[in-house]
Design a protein around this ligand. Structure first.
Ligand code: S3P
Length: 441
């Protein structure tokens, strides 16, 4: 986004007013990437309902098309079909695979391509992605025999992969990251024996659920387990995938509903996979009024509708194993903390420094410009509340989740806020600005 020649105009966001009504958030980003990738390496056709029609999954689809996979047009409200080419069907691409802003695309693709013997692939992306650490994936894959080169000793894209024979092995990952875990499991599909991944804490388990649904042999010790073993040998079969709404997108409405006076919102069809619901636990700890309605199971993932209304909030403390379960929601939780009585503390969240931006620094800077009282630590922040925010000139710094978090803050600020680079939201939620306007009307 930072590289578009003429950046769209900044957005003026009025403070005050309330939020009311129902909203259906777009499809889960993590599940959307996986449905496209697993569909591509399966035998037969995969049909995906509810795929997120946003920039990140479009990057995944474009990379797959560049390797000879037929993926139908991705349009809001229409099913997407992927014609699988099988486990060894990728053609060597003629050009660099452009992963855009998407860390999930690049990391999962590394795992998927590492075992394509004799074929050469180059992966790159926008300036944010070219600054994000990739050795966390390249290192474990190298233990399996992968050949991956990149800038700074293989840590940064552009990355070159020369497909090689892979060994099944046991890998202890240094960080709880679903992207790292998934890359290793995908590489394991073409290894010569079982691959075990052991994480320091459980990260989201969408890959495990979906790989199993596609027919892979996968063993997980139990719910919340940090150990997964994949045994290669079975071919994957095309599936019908139904993508639930993204709880990470719902989080903006949950916080907006909880902090905006008079607000009452229903967020429909939200994925409630326990490895993603940390945000609900924290909002519960804060005393937010949130109800889960119509809890159900959709194609192997728990789903429900969430009703939220405004009320008084207490400060929260989070850290440890909870962080991977709400890692993408921390920017908007910093906004919630401004409206909570007491000092909220976020610890063990150094991972935020290597997301699309350094989200600890960016939120401290941008929310700070609106009057938030934030003390930044190496691995988190302390936010003092209740603090009355004031409208200001702020910038998404090209980060989608920062853009939407600042919009939530702008709604309760006094005066109006000018948000620069709001278009970043399109990475995960292209209709966010329309939904905001509708809910505020
Ligand atoms: C994702 C995993 C998370 C998350 C990202 C999507 C995924 O990253 O922040 O937005 O789809 O696997 P890490 O697993 O690296 O923490």
């Amino acid at each position: 986004m930072a590289e578009s020649p003429a950046s769209p105009a900044p957005l003026s966001l009025a403070g005050g007013g309330s939020l009311n009504g129902s909203v259906r958030v777009p499809g889960d980003k993590s599940i959307s990437h996986r449905a496209l990738l697993f569909g591509a390496i399966a035998e037969g056709t995969t049909r995906i309902d509810g795929l997120l029609p946003a920039e990140d999954p479009l990057s995944t689809a474009a990379c797959l098309r560049a390797m000879g996979v037929t993926v139908s047009a991705i349009r809001a409200g229409e099913p997407v079909t992927v014609q699988g080419v099988g486990l060894d069907g990728f053609q060597e691409p003629f050009d660099v695979l452009d992963c855009g802003n998407s860390g999930t695309t690049m990391r999962l693709m590394l795992g998927l391509l590492a075992g394509r013997v004799g074929r050469h692939f180059v992966l790159s992306g926008d300036s944010s992605l070219r600054g994000r650490p990739m050795r966390r994936v390249g290192g474990p894959l190298a233990e399996m025999g992968a050949v991956i080169h990149g800038r700074k000793n293989g840590n940064f894209a552009p990355l070159a992969v020369l497909g090689a024979r892979l060994r099944g092995t046991t890998i202890h990952t240094p960080v709880a990251s679903a992207q790292v875990k998934s890359a290793i499991l995908l590489a394991g599909l073409t290894a010569d024996g079982p691959t075990t991944v052991i994480e320091p804490a459980q990260s989201r388990d969408h890959s495990e659920r979906m790989l199993r649904a596609f027919g892979a042999e996968l063993e997980v010790s139990g719910p919340g387990s940090t150990q997964v073993t994949l045994t290669p040998g079975r071919s994957l079969r095309g599936q019908e995938v139904v993508v639930p709404g993204d709880i990470s997108s719902a989080a903006f409405w949950l916080v907006a509903g909880a902090i905006t006076p008079g607000a009452r919102l229903t967020v429909e069809n939200v994925g409630l996979n326990p490895s993603r619901t940390g945000i609900l636990e924290v909002l519960g700890q804060m005393g937010a009024r949130i109800e889960v309605l119509n809890a159900r199971d959709v194609a192997g993932e728990p789903v429900g509708d969430l009703r939220v209304s405004h009320g008084p909030l207490q400060a929260f403390e989070i850290g440890g194993d909870l962080i991977p379960r709400l890692v993408d929601e921390i920017p908007v939780l910093a906004v919630a903390a401004c409206c909570a009585e007491g000092v909220s503390r976020i610890r063990d969240a150094a991972e935020l420094r290597v997301k699309e931006t350094d989200r600890l620094a960016v939120m401290a800077r941008q929310l700070g410009a609106m009057g938030a009282r934030i003390e930044e630590f190496d691995d988190g922040m302390a936010v003092s509340g209740v603090t009355a925010l004031r409208g200001a000139s702020v910038d998404s710094e090209t980060d989608h989740r920062v853009a939407m978090s600042l919009a939530v803050a702008a709604g309760i600020a006094s005066g109006s806020t000018t948000l620069h680079r709001p278009e970043a939201a399109a990475v995960s939620y292209p209709d966010f600005w329309n939904d905001l306007q509708r809910l505020r009307a």
